[in-house]
Design a protein around this ligand. Structure first.
Ligand SMILES: [Zn+2]
Ligand SMILES: [Zn+2]
Length: 566
């Protein structure tokens, strides 16, 4: 366990000057970061007619950056959650994929893996934020306000861990094995009493035998506008156990479970009640939207119902916290870690997009390996790649050496001579990204970290879904359906406004820092910048004004010319 005092000693040296609150005592008492896994920006508008709860509150009462994108690849959970509060792209966080190939061990490495931080009271992968390089907003917050408390919770370990920085008071996630919320030894020697008390309530077991039916009448246009059949009702298993835990995780009930823990976290730790007026931070990563999205796709009645129910679940959290702490004392943030690709079947049926197709990645790989065999006149079978991810290929360097092929010759051949690979637009040499001139250049340069990235990045063709499954969808590409996500600030002194300027999610942390009088160490290289200049921040109660500033966009939009949501 790293104690606060240990960090304080290090930070005292690292920080040239500690922050001062920008607004005297007017900073929020509690910052609540809500990150919905796989939530696309367009969901906020599509399902708005059916929402009156938390999503409705945040969008209608807050500042909605309607043109906010990630500019990295792959657009995966570990990257999104690590970017949001660090203000840095993967090039500076080192979190380059959910799982990357570790050349030293010769194995795939999980983004939060840390052999020195076993789980407490459970078996499972040992995890910590060790792989996240540098600090994030939670660390800066605690440096600026030493009595500030930071908690992070999610159904996913990687989501909770990567939002929380390096010395939070607590980080908890859901165990599919036991249905408990757990933590690792990095964060302490035991699970705190308030979490154990929550676990003893066995909330997840209360869903045994329940049906997930639509919350609105099945005849509602919320479900039928998309003309894709739903598969309601979905039955939860009758008996407590792993199957029930996973079924709850994969339904809107998982959001309810996490919301209940969020309320408990606030009550038990008196968040927002700091006697020294330090702002506390609660990060809440809702994971079930990702599971529903993967299984049924963004056009499904299931994702519609997940969103409408999430609105109600978040509404409860907003009500409970507002009653307890006061609306002007809470700064709400809503975002997501990435979007989602439409299923190729829905894209073709609903929008007649003939470019949409589903392909097993093995087809692309066979084409690549076959062409490399021809280029290098390899007879027989050669194991070209030691590892691969959704966007990267790692050459098998020992195998290259056995065939007397240099790494640079192999990389050069792959990036310049291999053509017409099914579903792939292009291959990029990780050591020569500076020379990539078109729109993908900045995205690649934001994404690559030398010792962890592959030798080659590849760009999947827009509307191609690499999948060996017959149904469902995924995410990971730098196309708008995967990069365009919500970015909403609400509550506290934020006025209601709709901001159309193009911003990035990497801008969130510096924006939050400026709003709350928090400063980061001078040694920290941030890729984002504060967008407070675009915000209507009231100094007293009153309506927000409409934002009229129109700053030119900072980065070039995607070459497909379509930065609008789908
Ligand atoms: Zn995710
Ligand atoms: Zn996912």
């Amino acid at each position: 366990m790293r104690t606060l005092s240990q960090y304080a000693a290090v930070l005292a040296l690292a920080l040239p000057a500690l922050a001062f609150p920008l607004y005297g005592q007017q900073h929020p008492k509690l910052i609540v970061l809500v990150v919905v896994d796989q939530m696309r920006a367009d969901y906020l508008e599509r399902f708005a007619p059916y929402e009156t709860g938390g999503l409705h509150f945040l969008v209608t009462r807050g500042a909605n950056f309607v043109n906010a994108n990630y500019e990295h690849m792959p657009t995966e959970t570990c990257l999104g959650h690590s970017v949001l509060l660090s203000g840095r792209d993967p090039v500076h966080t080192g979190i380059v994929a959910n799982d990357w190939y570790d050349r030293e061990s010769g194995k795939m490495s999980y983004c939060v893996e840390d052999a020195n931080s076993p789980l407490i009271g459970e078996t499972g992968p040992a995890v910590s934020p060790k792989n996240l390089l540098g600090e994030n907003f939670s660390d800066w917050l605690q440096s600026s306000y030493p009595s500030a408390q930071v908690f992070s919770i999610s159904l996913k370990d990687r989501a909770a861990i990567l939002m929380a920085g390096h010395h939070p008071q607590g980080v908890f996630w859901f165990s599919h094995d036991t249905g408990r919320f757990i933590t690792s030894r990095y964060y302490g020697d035991r699970v705190p009493d308030w979490v154990e008390a929550f676990n003893h309530r066995h909330v997840v077991d209360s869903y045994a035998g329940k049906q997930w039916t639509t919350v609105l009448p099945l005849s509602s246009p919320a479900y039928h506008a998309q003309e894709v059949d739903g598969q309601f009702p979905h039955e939860m298993p009758n008996q407590p156990g792993r199957q029930l835990n996973s079924a709850v995780y994969g339904s809107p009930f998982g959001d309810e479970l996490l919301e209940a823990l969020a309320e408990t976290a606030v009550r038990s730790n008196h968040l927002g009640e700091n006697e020294h007026n330090a702002p506390d931070l609660l990060a809440v990563g809702f994971s079930s939207n990702d599971a529903v999205g993967h299984a049924y796709g963004p056009d499904s009645p299931e994702i519609a119902d997940e969103q409408v129910r999430l609105d109600r679940t978040l509404g409860r959290l907003v009500d409970v916290l507002t009653t307890r702490i006061g609306s002007d004392n809470i700064l709400w943030v809503l975002s997501a870690d990435h979007g989602a690709e439409p299923t190729p079947e829905a894209e073709l049926t609903l929008r007649n997009n003939k470019a949409a197709r589903r392909l097993p990645f093995s087809q692309a790989l066979e084409s690549v390996e076959g062409q490399l065999n021809t280029i290098f006149k390899v007879s027989g079978k050669m194991h070209w790649f030691a590892g691969q991810t959704d966007t990267m290929l790692y050459f098998d360097r020992a195998e290259l050496a056995r065939h007397k092929i240099t790494l640079s010759a192999a990389t050069d051949a792959l990036t310049t001579q291999v053509k017409n690979v099914p579903g792939v637009d292009g291959f990029y040499d990780v050591t020569h990204l500076d020379s990539v001139r078109d729109w993908i250049g900045p995205i690649l340069r934001n994404s690559a970290f030398p010792t962890r990235s592959g030798d080659v990045y590849y760009l999947t063709h827009q509307w191609t879904l690499f999948s060996s499954k017959a149904t469902g969808t995924s995410h990971g590409d730098p196309w708008p359906y995967d990069t365009h996500v919500p970015f909403v600030l609400a509550g506290w002194h934020i006025g209601a406004q709709r901001i159309t300027d193009r911003v990035q999610l990497v801008d969130l942390a510096p924006t939050l820092a400026e709003l709350t009088g928090v400063q980061w160490p001078a040694s920290e290289v941030l890729d984002g910048r504060s967008r407070k200049d675009l915000l209507d921040v009231r100094t007293a109660k009153g309506e927000g004004r409409c934002n009229a500033s129109a700053e030119p966009s900072r980065r070039v939009p995607s070459s497909n010319g379509d930065s609008s949501p789908r």
